[in-house]
Ligand binder design. Structure first.
Ligand code: ACO
Length: 311
């Protein structure tokens, strides 16, 4: 019953153990996980587009092979995450429907355009860097299927982050025009990457409960601080500057002082009014519609196999 279920659930959380799909769990815990995991899955799938934009124009065969592999990894991440969400009782069809109807959230970061090759570097370094920072603690999330998916995803993300860093490093060792292109791209991606961690702690409605349930282990602002701390020495190694003139280490408070994030821009994007929101959803909807024949064929094939097995 609910009472003994709740007690067992509380004990698992207190012991830092894992909740598994067949275990009793509070309805709100289930809903929160479906929300977060499906948003995460959608982010991976929509996240294929900004980089997919450069596959046919990568500057060399090697760069093209790497980028292709990376975008395929993102598809894989989306699929593990949809599977993890399905263990909670939502179907893949429902999640896809929410996404292509424009009702589901996905990460704000994927609503920006990728006009230059340097954007492939900045996305790897900054966007995948932020993703790792946010996702490493999720490897210890209390829901088993999510935590286990995160382990594999984080390994692949760290390859993605290095390949981005290496693209920027190559550009920074190139011509003046290449250095400018790298810096211009870092200038565009820095603030949106900081927004990936979500609203400030005092405006994050889900944080307290998700932390009590040990889905989240650190707050949005804590992770944002940790990320900036990672970036500072890496920016120095690259020779790029971070576009925040007030950024400096505050030894007394043991944290970075930084300029205020433009939360209006963040809220505009969440409301669907970012530069690329409409394009991203339209592309996803088209891909889904174009793939209808594959789904129909798969169902017909499965039906025929089942009939054969009966005979
Ligand atoms: N982009 C879009 N929506 C966001 C973002 C963002 N960067 N940050 C927060 N939000 C949304 C939340 O989803 C929530 O919306 P909802 O309540 O309607 O679902 C709302 O803003 C308020 O935020 P929080 O209360 O802070 O929400 P939450 O506790 O879920 O924290 C966070 C947000 C940190 C993004 C969390 O959901 C998380 O860690 N998710 C998993 C990681 C992830 O999704 N990464 C995707 C990008 S990385 C990549 O794919 C390469």
């Amino acid at each position: 019953d609910d009472e003994s279920g709740q007690a067992a659930f509380d004990a698992v959380i207190a012991a830092d153990s894992r909740i598994e799909p067949r275990d009793w769990m509070p309805e709100d815990y289930r809903r929160t996980l479906i929300r977060q995991i499906s948003q995460h899955a959608h982010s991976e799938i929509i996240g294929m587009q900004p980089e997919g934009n450069w596959i046919t124009r990568a500057p060399s065969l090697k760069r093209k092979a790497i980028l292709l592999a990376k975008v395929q990894d993102e598809a894989g991440h989306g699929l593990y995450l949809y599977s993890a969400a399905q263990t909670l009782g939502i179907t893949r069809d429902e999640m896809t429907r929410q996404l292509i109807d424009g009702k589901a959230k996905y990460s704000s970061i994927f609503n920006y355009p990728t006009p230059t090759w340097a954007d492939m570097g900045a996305i790897g370094w900054l966007v995948d860097g932020a993703a790792i920072c946010n996702q490493v603690p999720l490897c210890r999330a209390s829901y088993g299927p999510y935590a286990r998916a995160m382990v594999r995803i984080c390994k692949e993300e760290s390859f993605h982050q290095r390949q981005g860093f290496e693209i920027l490093l190559t550009l920074m060792q190139g011509t003046d025009a290449q250095r400018e292109m790298a810096q211009e791209s870092v200038d565009r991606w820095y603030w949106p990457a900081l927004m990936m961690f979500g609203p400030p702690d005092d405006e994050s409605p889900n944080s307290a409960r998700s932390m009590a349930w040990k889905i989240k282990r650190f707050s949005n602002d804590e992770l944002r601080q940790r990320f900036v701390g990672m970036l500072v020495p890496q920016a120095e190694a690259l020779g790029v500057s971070l576009p925040d003139p007030t950024l400096r280490w505050n030894a007394q408070e043991e944290r970075y002082d930084m300029s205020e994030i433009d939360w209006t821009e963040f809220h505009e994007i969440l409301a669907g009014r970012g530069p690329m929101n409409a394009v991203r959803i339209q592309n996803r909807r088209n891909a889904h519609e174009d793939g209808a024949w594959v789904r129909e064929a798969a169902v017909a094939y499965a039906r025929r196999q089942a009939l054969k097995a009966e005979r």
